[in-house]
Design a binder for this molecule. Structure first.
Ligand SMILES: Cc1cc2nc3c(=O)[nH]c(=O)nc-3n(C[C@H](O)[C@H](O)[C@H](O)COP(=O)(O)O)c2cc1C
Length: 207
């Protein structure tokens, strides 16, 4: 099987640090698994809209009580959820924006993390209804955030870890491209470090 869903999140439609690196990684991953299908959800070239009033009202109603217009309002959400459910491996390539995820990735999350569909609300909290998937998240950032002392806070890593866990995805590995805006030498070093990490991942998969 081994279907890959690859989500590209940079607003740059060309020359994205995260996108360029992830494309190379997805190629290696397809070969190592091997993958049957790679589905690209290209939020760079085709950003999705934020959830709106119709979406919100429709999602709060039980499915059997929705009108045709309300079903229609959830169609994009249904499509994005079906893409996620159908995949075995998830790859997200994203820049850090203002210490967290870019708004287009947040929009995708708001469509996919949906009460009564991908999460069940219980007295003990939210229970994820999407099974676990091997997940790789490539994060590019202008500065450093993992080393100590960090140059800035990182709300992206804990947020993505927690929100994916909410739908049931816990097998997550982050690959960082840090200090990409600290000059060409720093960017070259970051790419080399990230490549060591992905080579290790691909070698493990191939064994
Ligand atoms: C709106 C915006 C906000 C940004 N915020 C941060 C930030 O909080 N921390 C950081 O290190 N870099 C920040 N950057 C820089 C990008 O994360 C960095 O250039 C990254 O490598 C871009 O990746 P991309 O080429 O895949 O879009 C920001 C860039 C933009 C456009």
């Amino acid at each position: 099987m081994n279907n890959i869903l690859y989500i590209q999140c940079s607003p740059k439609t060309a020359g994205s640090h995260s996108g360029q690196f992830a494309q190379e990684f997805v190629k290696g991953l397809s070969k190592a698994l091997p993958a049957k299908n790679v589905v690209l959800r290209d939020l760079s070239n085709a950003p999705i809209p934020h959830v709106n009033s119709q979406h919100t009202l429709a999602s709060e109603k039980p499915e059997s009580m929705r009108t045709a217009a309300e079903q229609e309002a959830l169609q994009l959400s249904d499509t994005l959820i079906a893409e996620l459910e159908a995949t075995d491996v998830l790859v997200i390539a994203t820049p850090m924006h203002n210490y967290t995820v870019p708004s287009v990735l947040k929009a995708w999350i708001d469509h996919v993390v949906r009460a009564h569909r991908t999460i069940k609300l219980t007295p003990q909290g939210k229970v994820g209804l999407i099974g676990d998937k091997r997940t790789y998240i490539i994060v590019s950032s202008g500065g450093h955030h993992t080393r100590q002392p960090a140059w800035q806070p990182d709300f992206l890593t804990p947020y993505l870890t927690e929100i994916l866990r909410t739908v049931g995805i816990t097998s997550i590995e982050f690959i960082y491209l840090e200090a990409m805006n600290h000059g060409p030498e720093a960017a070259k070093y970051a790419v080399a470090q990230a490549r060591l990490h992905t080579d290790e991942i691909l070698a493990k998969l191939a064994n």
